[in-house]
Design a protein around this ligand. Structure first.
Ligand code: XUL
Ligand code: CO
Length: 435
């Protein structure tokens, strides 16, 4: 076993009073919250791309990190995997997630790229057996290589569609072999820059076809995990088709896939769409397509998808409140789609980032559980809608009253609605009691 992180032991829970920066103050995997261990609630995963593959670039400068596994051959890829599993084990996360491009160098042909992916998957199998770390989800990178510059499924060139289909197949096969619990599709370039060169209707049909092929293949190979779409409104393309949860649902409905596909919701993507994260979670749970989350935050002043580690317990509280209300994760989990900043050069910074994120989520989970246990908030909302339990209200809702019948009743009963306070400030203060 490599020891890249020499001098760093497995991170332990030391409690809220601890001042040790390499300890959890709030995340205790064995602490029982609402009848379930915290580890099983949160189902943390490390994202291979940010923690192992990201080199510290920004639009104005190149690599700032210095890692011995940067290189274009399989030996470097195996070293990267060894370090990855050392990181996962020392953090005590139960899961990881990866794209093909994060874990293997691109080959000269599709066949060579797939052979390399399979060879790394062999290595992963050994490491997973050794450490007990599992695969939350696998996915294909269909956005970095220049062949995908005009999209993958939505490309005007059918050969790119075919190449993307072959790549997805290879990644689904590997995900299944490694026992992955989900397969994710983030349409990194499924959108357009200008309508002047785009047939929008054709592209939507292509995307619908690709997703149908994925679902068919899932059943063909007996993949037990969930297929997840990851909404994002823009970046890299100006307009992306998977704009937000509601848009994804409309798309799934249109292609008859709403019972087959769920969503992986990312904090920063929700912000880009002009929503709060909890809005997206609530929408997904309401529509019955809640799957998994990519945890991070954006720098809200700069308006990019900056993928910072989450640091705000209040935001985490509102998020896990929705997740608990959705019944918690089944196949999904909390994937840190988050990267350390390019000045955070040192290996230990990867630990500081994840400890920050894991403790923030743990605080959010505990606060959300306390809020649910207390019941004041639930009771407030229930009371706000209590009028709908009345016989006439139920009859209207069930379609047993026509528009003119309702109008007649308003006149005959002299109905004059009396506005009631929405109590927003009281409720915001209530949340703060638990954070
Ligand atoms: C990009 C993003 C991706 C997906 C997986 O914004 O979130 O990393 O999570 O392709
Ligand atoms: Co993501």
């Amino acid at each position: 076993m490599t020891e890249f992180f020499a001098g760093i032991d497995r991170i332990a829970h030391e409690g809220p009073e601890s001042t040790n920066p390499l300890a959890f103050r709030h995340y205790d995997p064995d602490e029982v919250v609402l009848g379930k261990r915290m580890e099983e609630h949160l189902r943390f995963a490390v994202a291979y791309w940010h923690s192992l593959a990201f080199e510290g670039l920004d639009p104005f400068g190149g690599r700032t990190f210095d890692r011995p596994w940067y290189g274009d051959d399989m030996d470097h890829a195996r070293l990267k995997a060894d370090v990855a599993f050392e990181l996962f084990s020392k953090l005590g996360v139960p899961y990881f997630c990866f794209h093909d491009a994060d874990v293997r160098p691109e080959g000269a042909s599709h066949a060579e790229s797939t052979a390399r992916l399979n060879a790394i998957a062999d290595h992963f199998e050994t490491k997973m057996a050794e450490t007990g770390v599992k695969l939350l989800w696998g996915t294909a990178n269909l956005f970095s290589n220049r062949r995908f510059m005009a999209g993958a499924a939505t490309n005007p060139d059918p050969d790119v569609f075919a190449y993307a289909a072959a790549t997805i197949k290879a990644n689904m096969d590997v995900t299944q072999r490694l026992g992955g619990e989900n397969y994710v599709l983030w349409g990194g370039r499924e959108g357009y820059e200008t309508l002047l060169n785009t047939d929008l209707g054709a592209e939507l049909d292509q995307m619908g076809r690709m997703l149908s092929l994925v679902v068919e293949y899932k059943h063909k190979i007996g993949f037990k995990g969930a297929i997840l779409l990851e909404p994002k409104p823009q970046e890299p393309t100006k307009h992306q088709y998977d704009f937000d949860v509601a848009t994804c649902y409309g798309f799934l409905k249109r292609y008859g896939l709403e019972d087959e596909v769920k969503v992986n919701i990312e904090v920063g993507h929700a912000f880009l769409a002009g929503h709060s994260f909890e809005h997206e979670l609530a929408m997904a749970r309401t529509l019955g397509i809640f799957g998994s989350i990519d945890m991070n935050r954006n720098d809200i002043q700069c308006g990019w998808d900056t993928d910072h580690f989450p640091n705000d317990p209040r935001e985490a509280t509102l998020a896990y409140y929705q997740i608990l209300k959705a019944g918690g994760f089944t196949t999904g989990g909390t994937n840190f789609d988050a990267k350390i900043r390019r000045q955070s050069l040192d290996p230990v910074d990867l630990f500081h980032g994840h400890i920050l994120g894991m403790d923030t989520c743990a605080r959010g989970l505990k606060a959300a559980a306390a809020m649910i246990g207390d019941g004041t908030h639930d009771a407030f909302v229930a009371d706000r809608y209590a009028g709908w339990q009345g016989a006439e209200a139920q009859a209207m809702l069930k379609g047993e009253r026509s528009l003119d019948q309702i109008a007649d009743r308003v006149i005959s009963e002299g109905i004059e609605p009396q506005p009631r306070s929405g109590r927003q400030e009281y409720l915001e203060g209530l949340v703060n009691r638990f954070v």
